[in-house]
Write a protein that binds this ligand. Structure first.
Ligand SMILES: Nc1nc2c(c(=O)[nH]1)N[C@H]1C(S)=C(S)[C@@H](COP(=O)(O)OP(=O)(O)OC[C@H]3O[C@@H](n4cnc5c(N)ncnc54)[C@H](O)[C@@H]3O)O[C@H]1N2
Ligand code: MOO
Length: 414
């Protein structure tokens, strides 16, 4: 049996980056940038006003106050979207709107609330300093600035930034296509007529959702019976994909043929069994240069194994530079016990109280109990050697989603 680290190392060594494609900016949310992006322009493109008010020469306003206003002549009005035509000379001002280009000669903007207009004259009630409320050309971004790094997952702010510098088409990595097969004679699809002795296929759905979350495109191969023939037929259907995932049929049972069939299809199996719980019987191989995973069938084991091994592999193939979930230290709220030997990934709730992370399990940790994962926002990682961990001890916790706020936790179930 190998360690979690060894297993990850073996898997990640087999991962090849996907190719790239160019997509419309509006379709880039969640995609991974495949090139560093440099700005091709300055923003703002000229000095602009940050306020609605008057563009002035600042020393024309020196000493101005409500009781002792300075009076300036209005020579022009500059709405946003127009270009100023006139230079500000001593004793002059131009009415200007937020975002409009600052006219030549102007050194500051006085806010409209600090003025009073009378025909073509304006009373200034406040002295301005040089540069007040003027946004300098290129202050936000300069031509040639690195604005987004290759390998990031594109977020809404990144899209706004790309729009602001005029990127309408964006280079991204292609999304890995992931074929998913659920195996087991006992399984039935949720929408098919079924006998009383059937278990509903939940792994097919859960794993497909994990694939999407990791930036991949799931391809559903359905359910295979526990026969070599059916496994062979269904797994062949997934060989054109970039990743192949089967769940179930990887332990010691008389009908656990997944690895055998993968090998018959040409897979070179790299390992079987990892010193972890849940998820021990994970199998990994390479078939035609593509990664093939045999996830353990128990619903929690399948999803926890995916988290630890398939997710980082998919993120890496999809071009991401950061492929691991954040790990924090949290204070145990309760005593937890385990047998020494395997690393445990306990489904857990992390909350923050008075600025400190606290963690507890979600209850029964058996690997068929999906509720343990439904309630969880994290996995508590207990080291191989450990046995009893006492309340108050610090433990490592892998965050899966948002941290709960103590007293206001994720759902009514918790
Ligand atoms: N003699 C041994 N038996 C088992 C061992 C072992 O070391 N020695 N390991 C146990 C562990 S740990 C796990 S995990 C399971 C994994 O077994 P398989 O990968 O062969 O999975 P199955 O036997 O096919 O199924 C296990 C369990 O999960 C349910 N299942 C399977 N697929 C789905 C699905 N798509 N949706 C919902 N539920 C699914 C299945 O009905 C079984 O209840 O092996 C232990 N045995
Ligand atoms: O490893 Mo199994 O995944 O404990 O139930």
């Amino acid at each position: 049996m190998i360690s979690v680290e060894e297993a990850r190392k073996i898997i990640l060594a087999e991962i090849r980056r996907m190719g790239t494609e160019r997509v419309l900016l509006s379709n880039t949310l969640g995609r991974v940038l495949s090139e560093d992006l440099l700005s091709a322009l300055d923003h703002p493109p000229w000095d602009t006003s940050a306020m609605d008010g008057y563009a002035v020469r600042w020393n024309d306003t020196a000493g101005a106050s409500r009781t002792n206003p300075r009076i300036l002549k209005i020579i022009e009005e500059i709405p946003a979207g127009t270009l100023p035509q006139k230079k500000i000379e001593p004793g002059e001002a131009s009415k200007i709107m937020t975002g409009a280009p600052v006219p030549e000669g102007a050194e500051a903007i006085v806010k409209v609330e600090e003025t009073e207009r009378h025909g073509d004259q304006v009373k200034i009630f406040e002295a301005a300093d040089d540069g007040d409320f003027i946004r300098k050309k290129g202050e936000a971004i300069r031509t040639g600035d690195l604005i987004l790094r290759k390998g990031i997952r594109i977020r809404p702010a990144d899209i706004a930034m790309m729009a602001s510098i005029g990127r309408s088409v964006v280079p991204v990595y292609q999304q890995p296509r992931v074929a998913i097969l659920s195996t087991g004679d006992e399984l039935a699809e949720i929408d098919e007529p079924r006998g009383p002795n059937k278990i509903l296929n939940s792994n097919g759905y859960g794993v497909a959702a994990q694939v999407i979350e990791a930036g991949g495109l799931p391809i559903n191969l359905g359910i295979a019976k526990d026969t070599r023939e059916d496994l062979d037929k269904k797994l062949r259907g997934g060989l054109h994909a970039d990743f192949l995932i089967a769940s179930g049929g990887v332990s010691m049972g008389d009908y656990d043929f997944v690895q055998e069939v993968l090998m018959e299809l040409g897979a070179e199996m790299k390992f079987w069994k990892v010193a972890m719980k849940p998820g021990q019987p994970l199998a990994f191989g390479v078939i035609g240069g593509k990664p093939a995973f045999g996830l353990p069938g128990n619903p929690v084991s399948a999803m926890v194994s995916f988290e630890q091994f398939v997710r980082p592999a998919l993120l890496m193939a999809g071009g991401r530079t950061e492929v691991f979930r954040p790990i924090i230290q949290a204070t145990l709220e309760e005593e937890v016990r385990k047998h020494p030997g395997r690393r445990h990934f306990m489904r857990a709730i992390v909350s923050v109280q008075n600025g400190e992370y606290r963690v507890r399990t979600t209850g029964d940790q058996d690997s068929h109990i999906l509720m343990s994962l439904v309630k969880a926002n994290a996995l508590m990682i207990l080291p191989e050697a450990g046995n009893i961990h006492k309340a108050g001890e610090k433990v490592a916790v892998q965050l899966l989603s948002d941290v709960a706020v103590a007293g206001n936790e994720l759902s009514g179930l918790i």
